[in-house]
Design a protein around this ligand. Structure first.
Ligand SMILES: *Cc1c(COP(=O)(O)O)cnc(C)c1O
Length: 217
């Protein structure tokens, strides 16, 4: 789907929800997509992208940054502690902070690097055993813990279970964010970003609707 069409759908969803378009950031999720496709979207003027893997991000984005100004890169995949430093050097935001060890490792590198990407805590709203994220019942305590480390915590992120109504999960994430005074909500993907916008998403993560299906080699 052309980028302009996605942007049109975002505008319509904002209008329907009485929200300001400037409060909804479109993260174009470029994982696994061929560089030529990503370059096309950059040439159309889009600058905010998302990647799942540190390794893949490292292989693409330093090059793109030399060719295009103003790129903002968001890391949205599970993060191992031993990749934290590289992740922090590459990314403008990390959406998947979900455990103490990760938070303390980020804090340590933030000292060394003298900067820290914007951080989001991933909440496992569906309480799925295979999925990353802090459980909803543990979210308030973990938010307090990350704040105590003096890290730039901007909001929360979730990936609803594939077989459930996503809006219930978006509403739960919004509720946890509201009671903790967090304004950022990273939620909504290709199939459900309009309902995420209706429920307050500030960052929607849209991959296949922009780039086409991912072809895993
Ligand atoms: C891949 C991915 C997306 C994008 O998914 P689409 O369905 O292609 O829009 C969004 N968020 C996360 C965390 C992802 O891993």
């Amino acid at each position: 789907m052309p980028l302009a069409e996605i942007q049109g759908r975002i505008v319509a969803a904002c209008d329907a929800a009485g929200r300001n378009i400037a409060d909804v950031n479109l993260i174009a999720v470029s994982k696994v997509q061929p560089n030529a496709r990503v370059a096309d979207v950059l040439k159309e003027g889009h600058r905010v992208f998302g990647e799942n893997k540190v390794q893949e991000a490292a292989s693409k984005w330093p090059d793109f940054r030399t060719q295009f100004d103003g790129i903002q890169l968001h890391l949205i995949g599970p993060l191992q502690s031993n990749k934290v430093k590289q992740a922090m050097q590459l990314a403008d935001a990390i959406h998947t902070v979900d455990r103490s060890k990760l938070a303390t490792t980020i804090a340590r590198h933030a000292q060394d690097l003298g900067r820290c990407p914007d951080l989001y805590i991933q909440v496992n709203t569906g309480e799925e055993p295979q999925k990353a994220g802090v459980l909803p019942a543990d979210a308030d305590a973990f938010i307090a813990e990350v704040r105590a480390l003096d890290l730039p915590l901007k909001g929360l992120m979730c990936i609803p279970p594939v077989d459930e109504e996503p809006s219930l999960h978006f509403a739960l994430l919004g509720k946890i964010a509201a009671r903790n005074d967090l304004s950022g909500l990273s939620m909504g993907m290709s199939s459900d970003f309009e309902s995420a916008i209706a429920l307050g998403a500030t960052h929607i993560r849209v991959g296949s609707a922009i780039f086409g299906e991912r072809v895993y080699g």
